[in-house]
Write a new protein. Structure first.
Length: 149
């Protein structure tokens, strides 16, 4: 029996795939649990349209990420931190601090704070490199300058 998967099923395929499943497996497991629907002509047509729409949206998000990456790579984030008498910082600068400074200084809203990572631990004054992962395939590197207050 041909079915269209509504969710990813480990042994069969991903959402939107049209697969061949045994009659008993489809009738007793996939259909009652709403993991799949029968592959009638109307359902197949609808699934193809949904897949085309999803691929268009994915391409659009990738293009937006490329544009955002180009903007971020030009940025130098400057941060001021408290420093003790001997020139050592109190604590360290985290990726969350860098993300907040980046958003505050640039005003770019399409950046997810959890997707920004520092390549090295920031425990002293100087220049560092941070990476913003904007898309599974696209990331942008930018400089972070740490200065004393």
């Amino acid at each position: 029996m041909k079915v269209i998967l509504l969710q990813e099923v480990k042994s069969l395929g991903k959402k939107g795939d049209i697969v061949e499943a045994s009659d008993g497996y489809a009738r007793n497991y996939l259909l009652p649990k709403k993991l799949a629907k029968e592959a009638s002509a109307a359902n197949v047509h609808q699934a193809k349209q949904e897949k085309a729409t999803a691929s268009f949206k994915a391409a659009q998000k990738k293009d937006e990420a490329k544009i955002l990456a180009a903007q971020i790579e030009k940025v130098i984030v400057k941060m001021q931190v408290r420093v003790g008498e001997n020139g050592k910082m109190f604590g360290s600068v985290t990726s969350k601090d860098v993300a907040e400074a980046l958003i505050k200084q640039t005003g770019l809203e399409g950046i997810d704070r959890r997707k920004i990572e520092l390549k090295t631990v920031v425990k002293s004054i100087g220049e560092y490199i941070a990476v913003a992962k904007l898309h599974p395939e696209i990331s942008a590197e930018f400089k972070v300058e740490i200065e004393a207050e």
